[in-house]
Design a protein around this ligand. Structure first.
Ligand code: G6P
Ligand code: MG
Length: 222
């Protein structure tokens, strides 16, 4: 039986993905690295420090900065990101998400946030949806970030469910890879080519519903 839904945040619950992109693009520009939308796909779902490392490698700057300098660059990116998201309100919840959360609540399914973002609790507050969730996995508490399965396994545990009793919702290739590595069925939102590993790909969050989740889960676990 499907017992829990494990939600990515950025690009699934709300479109913070565009703000992460703008903040990395500007930091990249300062460092002389062009972060375009195609390269940004590779940063989705990836932790702050790992994103910076990828940008530095991409720009041929892998050994240029000390650990302390990298931390400072991450802080700079995050300060800019926080400025960009400050104006977010419940109107920024992506279409279909609120009705889905209401359906889950009514049906007694658990909803867990499995985001790599350390800003997740603050963003859920801005969106006023924190109460819909039964738990938020602290990304700092897991050994390895996406595409490793750790955060989704921790999400299943937090829900009190087995991985096979959950379904994960993601917009990033690294996230879908992490869900599948945890042996959890995956629904992806976005480009079917980029997200081919998922059990089902939807163009938009407005296509999400408990019926779609159940149908995908049943086919994937049959
Ligand atoms: C999500 C986003 C990534 C972001 C990561 C860490 O996974 O998709 O783009 O780098 O969270 O977010 P944070 O808010 O902790 O910098
Ligand atoms: Mg995401």
């Amino acid at each position: 039986m499907l017992k829990a839904v494990l939600f990515d945040l950025d690009g699934v619950i709300t479109d913070t993905a565009k703000f992460h992109f703008l903040a990395w693009r500007d930091l990249g520009a300062e460092l002389g690295v062009t972060v375009d939308e195609a390269f940004n796909e590779e940063l989705k779902g990836v932790s702050r420090i790992d994103s910076l490392e990828r940008i530095l490698v991409f720009g041929g700057l892998a050994d240029k900065y000390s650990t302390a300098e990298k931390e400072a660059l991450c802080t700079k990116k995050n300060d800019h990101y926080l400025e960009l998201i400050q104006e977010m309100t419940p109107a920024d919840i992506l279409p279909g998400i609120l009705p889905l959360l209401e359906e889950l609540r009514e049906a007694g399914l658990k909803a867990i946030v499995t985001s790599a973002s350390k800003n997740a609790p603050g963003i859920l507050e801005l969106l006023q949806v924190k109460d819909y969730f039964d738990g938020i996995v602290d990304p700092a508490s897991v050994a390895a970030g996406k595409p490793a399965p750790d955060i989704f396994l921790a999400g299943a545990e937090l829900a009190g469910a087995k991985p096979a009793e959950c379904i994960g919702v993601e917009d990033a290739a690294s996230g879908v890879e992490a869900i599948k590595a945890a042996h959890i069925p995956a629904i992806a939102i976005g480009d079917a080519e980029v997200l081919a590993q998922a059990d089902r790909v939807l163009a938009d969050t407005s296509d999400l519903s408990l019926a779609v989740l159940r149908d995908t889960w049943e086919k994937a676990t049959a």
